[in-house]
Design a binder for this molecule. Sequence first.
Ligand SMILES: Nc1ncnc2c1ncn2[C@@H]1O[C@H](COP(=O)(O)OP(=O)(O)OP(=O)(O)O)[C@@H](O)[C@H]1O
Length: 438
Amino acid sequence: MSTDDPLVRVDDLRKYFWENDSMLDRLLGDEPVPVRAVDGVSFDIHAGETLGLVGESGCGKSTAGETLLRLQEPTDGDVEFDGDGVYDLGGDDLDEFRRTAQIVFQDPFSSLDPRMTIGEIVRQPLDIHDVGSPAERRERVRGLLERVGLSADQLDRYPHEFSGGQRQRIGIARSLALEPEFVVLDEPTSALDVSVQAQVLNLLDELQTELDLTYLLISHDLSVIRHVCDRVAVMYLGEIVEIGSVEALFDEPKHPYTRALLESVPRASTDERERDRETLAGDVPSPRDPPSGCRFRTRCPVVIPPDDVEIEQDRYRELMTLRERIERRDVSLESVGEEDRFETGDGGVPEADVPAFVAALKDRLLDVELPARHDAVVEEALAELAAANWDAAAERLRAEYGSVCEQDRPGLGNGGHPVACHRDDEASESAVAPDPRQ
Ligand SMILES: Nc1ncnc2c1ncn2[C@@H]1O[C@H](COP(=O)(O)OP(=O)(O)OP(=O)(O)O)[C@@H](O)[C@H]1O
């Protein structure tokens, strides 16, 4: 391995959990449903650096961290550590990997066994891996506790006698017992008070320099990421959507999701009126049934309309939402119009009433006024609903407003600051090639 090679290389890693997968489900004929927690992520981590993994709750950060440490078995993909395939390791090699790659968990309250003294907790990895004599282990535990800012005299105390910040220090001491090279820090300060957070982050920073550690820092908190990381990978619904240096990512975020995450962080210095209003709307869709194409498209403020459709983004978004509701049959047709005038029962709304039915439904479903051309398309689609023709209604809107964002899954490109967004593809395609003579 050359010195330029990464210490950790993650290649197209997938981890699916399966629901409806019990014997009873099979007897009942229910199909297993994959929960695509991690769905094809690739990134490198170089020795000595801190890579941040950021994203909203449930986007797959912890699963990615645990799977790359082989605490969970992958569904597919590879992870190399120091040039060796982690999932091919066995025997002594696996044992060695388990020593050299460690994790610090978020919750210092539940990750420490309440029945063990903190001396026993920190010593446990040394016992399991049979490192040194009992006297050497004791000495090492004392040294570790002091190194993380606790007193070696507290060895015989129990976790409940310590504050949150102190317990996290105990967790850190334990993770360092086997002299690892690489540590996954999974939300290491999220459960702590803000004042204590900075102390723990500073400790991790000092330890990194002193012990030549490489970190993967998992956090939903952008201020933590900015404070600590060299590079950042942004994760959304099981995928990485953007990776770059901290400077590039914070100064020039490229993905609409990254921009929305940054916009949603309160910043005292930002003038409310001048702020781009790209805050995050809606919830993260379920990883059981992720959206087609770009997974962020259902919340994206800059979805790309078809070439021949000139329309403002808020109106386009409204049309996409309308179509999605029709696709899900999430529109009540039973109480349309004042005093539930229209019945869509047998045979649908009588023909003479269709225009009034369409007008009433449009009034209920759309918040914005549409230009005439689009208004006509919506009316045609809603007229299909007068006869409960759901598929025809959705198809009318799909034919007119289909977006590249829902048809193709954008790939994460190469280079120092890659992004998985069709907008970026468009920008690079339309960019004028530099004149080689200049
Ligand atoms: N053992 C499991 N069985 C089924 N689904 C799971 C399991 N573990 C995680 N998931 C699902 O996988 C998705 C990703 O979870 P994960 O905990 O990795 O996300 P996260 O980004 O770390 O979020 P958080 O910060 O809330 O932990 C979630 O939808 C979660 O419900």
